[in-house]
Design a protein around this ligand. Structure first.
Ligand SMILES: [Zn+2]
Length: 320
């Protein structure tokens, strides 16, 4: 069984986030090996450790909640919070607390080959955005995507690359992998009937042009957020097939050699926006799955589909 975590007043988002992170094997290993120099890191390290001790009955997370409150003063900790926003803030604060020297980065020598020039630019951008605030969490939770627009008029190719922590994928497919494919798929910018939002720097026109997005750098823990909430905060309860293995090789362009991920946890949101409840579905060794709803824990079959899965946590397989 998984030890539950007591709800200390609207803290189901917090409990669920902690449970999901504590079931990503890479994160567990990192917490185990880290020293816990700040209160936030040491409290989280303790809770993650307790979740894997066989005799833990249930966890009272007062110390960790206090440390989170201190680290994220803008967070109303006992109010309903969006778990995705909370995860991004928590990972950011952990990153600052665990800061260390970044890996050595050597500017690549000037080259005229387009691919190598692109690679040098994308890698330099990655290094720049993380050089000042580097910790092992960067490679664990952050990725870099690259999008390509081919001008529909002159054919010139433009690249744009950006870092991501959680990846928000649209609904409209049957499975989680289908939603990811929709996110990365080819789409048109300046399509018919839309206002032109892109202008070609080469020919100064705004033609209908093809855009595609790929992964350049993959994180060890990939967090896919399914866009269940519309801008007007309506919720979409569509049932989604759950991919327990996800291979992203065909979406990868960059240097990441390992492309297979295993599902390790799902943060689920039930109810509507503002009056909902979070619970986690977590995988334990031996492919055993549990629904963890604060202190209520039940063994369940491996998830096949979900109407309330909101954030899907995937751990990258090494050597695949
Ligand atoms: Zn053009």
């Amino acid at each position: 069984m998984v030890p539950g975590i007591a709800n200390l007043g609207n803290t189901c988002y917090f409990n669920t986030a902690v449970q999901c992170l504590a079931h990503c094997p890479g994160f567990v290993a990192l917490m185990k090996s880290t020293e816990g120099k700040t209160s936030l890191v040491s409290q989280l390290k303790d809770v993650v450790g307790l979740l894997w001790e066989s005799d833990t009955q249930g966890i009272m997370p007062r110390g960790l909640l206090g440390a989170v409150k201190e680290s994220i003063p803008s967070l109303y900790i006992h109010e309903e919070n969006d778990i995705q926003e909370f995860l991004v803030l928590l990972i950011d604060r952990l990153n600052t607390a665990m800061k260390c020297d970044p890996p050595q980065f050597d500017e690549e020598a000037a080259t005229t080959k387009p691919w190598e020039r692109l690679k040098a630019k994308v890698d330099a951008a990655w290094h720049q955005s993380h050089a000042k605030d580097y910790s092992p969490l960067v490679d664990m939770f952050h990725g870099q995507s690259i999008s390509q627009v081919v001008c529909g008029n002159c054919g010139k190719i433009f690249h744009n690359y950006e870092p991501f922590t959680t990846l928000c994928v649209p609904l409209g497919a049957d499975t989680v992998a289908g939603c990811l494919e929709r996110y990365l798929d080819h789409e048109h910018v300046n399509a018919e009937g839309e206002d032109a939002c892109w202008k070609c720097d080469a020919c100064k026109q705004s033609p209908k042009s093809l855009k595609s997005t790929k992964f350049w750098r993959l994180p060890d823990v990939l967090m896919l957020v399914v866009k269940r909430f519309t801008p007007t905060l309506q919720k979409n309860h569509a049932r989604l097939g759950v991919d327990r293995v996800l291979n992203v090789r065909k979406y990868s362009l960059g240097p990441s050699p390992h492309n297979t991920y295993d599902l390790c946890a799902i943060a689920c949101h039930s109810g509507s926006y503002g009056s909902g409840h979070y619970h986690a579905i977590c995988r334990r060794p031996g492919n055993k799955w549990y629904v963890v709803d604060d202190t209520n824990v039940n063994a369940v079959p491996a998830p096949e589909s979900s109407r309330n899965g909101y954030v899907f946590f995937y751990q990258r397989r090494r050597g695949s």
